[in-house]
Design a protein around this ligand. Structure first.
Ligand SMILES: [Zn+2]
Length: 403
């Protein structure tokens, strides 16, 4: 009896502590294909709400802001002052966005919409009492016959929970595809993989799934911290003709080959970006892109997707290409610089294996970087490697990289 009483007390305490610390945030995203827009409403509810929410918007895409409480528009910032126990903010989001002329990285037709959740909902800075955190959900309101695929839940799930521990007010991250869509889903290792494309698009969902089935397990051996859900979205023109990764998700143009003539794979390259979650500082994009390309080729070799001979040919190609790169240290690593970076990682792998008598490899370095994710720099790469090997390696010395 006493146990039950104390349990009940504990529950009450837990509830009251929760009520003090959490508020509910609910997004409703209503897709309106005839206007090319998604109407978004954010409703906050709770005993205590944040006092100020500052949204960093793109004025070309986020418009028509409205709230029952005070809002101020300051250029690229919308300042919202929620009051009381419930407050809501609404706006419109223009879906179409050109990445290059006539090539889109966000697009809506009468039958489907392909976009990034983190563009749909701008990032927010929240002022509130310490410890106050959102419990966040999002509901998609779609035209008849439409469905949706997100990185958050099985395809077709119209209300998702969003939990980003890094933020006090969560927002959806990564790619999403809504519309009349075809979906293939399968569990590969610990990853629930979904491939989605508009119905009638030439996306090779089955090919892609087979490709993932034989390559993803090899990638997971290196990157065991790979997200538990993966969404691959694909569509044809006028989408951008390449691959773009986001958290737990990627877009790939449906005309991209799974393996190109020079033995690289856009799909694998983007998967490595998802696996590592790395971003560069002002001069370290070669690390981010080099690791992605290195493991794209290396994974194909390990899975038997390309033979040893073709692997060597691929490296020869990269060596020729790399000659056109004047330096590794640029803000954006392009083809020749990334090629040069791959060769650095090939050399680093050899050096690590030699110094550790084959006990360690670049895999251990990449795995350690991927575990902590975030911004990478040469210093971080050197430190992580030194930890793995027990001493610094010469391949990653700046003077050798500058040669
Ligand atoms: Zn890349």
């Amino acid at each position: 009896m006493r146990l039950i009483a104390s349990l009940a007390l504990l529950c009450l305490l837990t509830l009251s502590v929760r009520a003090e610390e959490f508020f509910d945030a609910h997004y409703t995203a209503t897709f309106r294909p005839s206007t090319g827009k998604v109407a978004v409403e954010l409703q906050l509810k709770g005993a205590t709400l944040p006092s100020i929410v500052r949204l960093r918007i793109d004025p070309k895409r986020h418009s028509a802001f409205h709230s029952n409480d005070r809002i101020e528009m300051q250029g690229t910032e919308v300042v919202w002052h929620p009051r009381g126990k419930s407050s809501s903010l609404s706006y419109e989001f223009t879906v179409n966005h050109e990445r290059s002329p006539q090539r889109y990285d966000s697009y809506m037709t009468n039958d489907w919409a392909l976009l990034r959740g983190d563009k749909l909902v701008p990032s927010a800075r929240v002022t509130s009492k310490p410890g106050l955190t959102a419990r966040t959900t999002m509901t998609f309101v779609l035209p008849d016959d439409w469905s949706i695929a997100t990185p958050y839940a099985p395809p077709g799930t119209r209300t998702i929970s969003i939990d980003d521990p890094a933020r006090r007010l969560d927002r959806p991250l990564g790619w999403l595809l809504a519309g009349k869509i075809g979906v293939r889903a399968e569990k590969i290792g610990h990853v629930q993989a979904t491939i989605a494309a508009p119905v009638g698009e030439s996306a090779r969902r089955q090919d892609m799934l087979a490709f993932l089935n034989w390559n993803l397990p090899k990638l997971l051996e290196v990157f065991d911290s790979f997200p538990s859900r993966l969404l691959v979205v694909s569509a044809g023109d006028p989408m951008w003709r390449g691959g773009l990764s986001g958290p737990s998700s990627l877009f790939i143009h449906s005309d991209r080959p799974l393996i190109s003539e020079n033995r690289t794979s856009t799909l694998l390259h983007e998967l490595v970006h998802i696996a590592t979650g790395l971003r560069s500082d002002h001069e370290s994009d070669w690390i981010v892109e080099g690791i992605a390309e290195y493991y794209s080729i290396e994974t194909l070799r390990r899975s038997g997707g390309i033979s040893e001979r073709r692997y060597v040919q691929a490296l020869d190609n990269l060596a020729r290409w790399a000659q056109r790169s004047p330096t590794l240290f640029t803000r954006h690593s392009s083809g020749p610089t990334t090629a040069r970076a791959v060769l650095v990682f090939v050399a680093a792998d050899r050096e690590i294996r030699k110094l550790t008598n084959g006990q360690k490899s670049l895999d251990d370095v990449a795995r350690a970087l991927a575990k902590d994710r975030g911004e990478v720099s040469l210093a971080r790469l050197q430190e992580t490697t030194a930890k793995v090997v027990g001493r610094p390696i010469s391949t990653f010395e700046r003077k050798n990289l500058e040669r």
